[in-house]
Design a protein around this ligand. Structure first.
Ligand code: UDP
Length: 295
């Protein structure tokens, strides 16, 4: 919108929140349609670009919504591709680092095919995203659709749902509410966290590129989950202790993006240091958690 575009957002809000877009509803360049893209999509008028970001993305959410997750990434991808084809629009699919599963190649380059358990609990997300990539490439090859695919690695920032169950939101909420920080397993598993505005920059750059191959978007700064717990404990100055809970089934051991392609093709490099991004995220959570200040 800041670049002069008219934006139509479509969401069934099963994991998203209307408050996150409320500030745009009075903008004449913005429109919201409450709709599940797993069902047939109708949009009036011309469209230049379709960006398919719809899907539960937190493991807690997609374990609670397995069928919806499979549908939005299969039927929803088919419908959004169909919309793009009808409107002669360009297309971007938000895929995921989960296509690499529990990776045996480290760091993960786009050339790696992944190590996914199709019938495990995470398969509903991982395999659906893999299908989404496959059908996107098929539309590109068969119909000449101008497609792009990004593989998003762990992302965090303001407006995360407090109860979305992901590690950064859990630890910050727990720290602010003086609850124990729950590290799953022994905390030695790793993730690489990118700040939301870096990801948005990567998405816009990908939209403006003509690369049809998948592109990893993530911050190549790898941290163990225990390190994240300690950092959040220090930044929030909480007296909460760290406790250890059972590791979820098929939880990937490690995850680190190789972002050579994004650097070369998009000139993209994440700009936000983890500590700065976490400080901004904590500041936002403090406005949401009522007990804060009573530490
Ligand atoms: N995790 C944790 N405590 C929590 C939530 C998550 O230790 O309260 C761990 C989880 O087991 C995983 C990592 O943090 O190893 C990242 O989990 P998240 O759900 O954020 O995303 P994932 O990368 O697994 O999709």
């Amino acid at each position: 919108m800041s670049e002069g575009n008219y934006v139509i957002a479509m969401d069934n809000l099963i994991t998203g929140k209307f408050e996150n877009i409320q500030q745009h509803t009075s903008n004449s360049k913005f429109e919201f349609i409450h709709h599940d893209v797993s069902n047939y999509i109708y949009v009036k008028g011309d469209i230049d670009f379709v960006v398919h970001l719809a899907s539960p993305a937190s493991p807690v959410d997609y374990l609670e919504l397995p069928i919806q997750t499979l549908k939005v990434n299969s039927l929803g991808t088919h419908n959004t591709l169909g919309l793009a084809a009808t409107k002669n629009a360009k297309y971007l699919l938000a895929s995921t680092s989960e296509v690499y599963g529990d990776p045996e190649v480290h760091p993960q380059t786009e050339a790696y095919w992944g190590n996914v358990n199709p019938i495990g609990p995470r398969g509903v997300y991982d395999e659906a995203k893999r299908f989404a990539e496959a059908i996107t490439m098929a539309y590109h090859k068969m119909h000449g659709l101008d497609t792009r695919i990004i593989r998003i690695f762990n992302c965090y920032g303001p407006r995360l749902r407090l109860d979305d169950g992901r590690v950064i939101s859990n630890f910050i909420r727990q720290a602010l509410e003086k609850e124990p920080l729950t590290v799953y397993g022994d905390g030695s598993q790793t993730r690489s966290f990118q700040y939301v505005s870096d990801l948005v920059d990567g998405i816009v750059r990908t939209m403006n590129s003509d690369c049809h191959q998948p592109i990893n978007l993530g911050n190549p700064q790898e941290k163990t989950v225990s390190e994240i717990a300690k950092i959040i404990k220090e930044l929030t100055k909480t007296r909460s202790e760290i406790v250890f809970k059972e590791l979820p089934i098929d939880d990937p051991r490690r995850r680190l993006p190789d972002i050579t392609r994004a650097r070369e093709v998009l000139g993209w490099n994440p700009q936000t240091e983890l500590l700065d991004g976490l400080k901004q995220t904590i500041a936002w959570f403090e406005t949401q958690v009522p007990t804060v200040g009573a530490k």
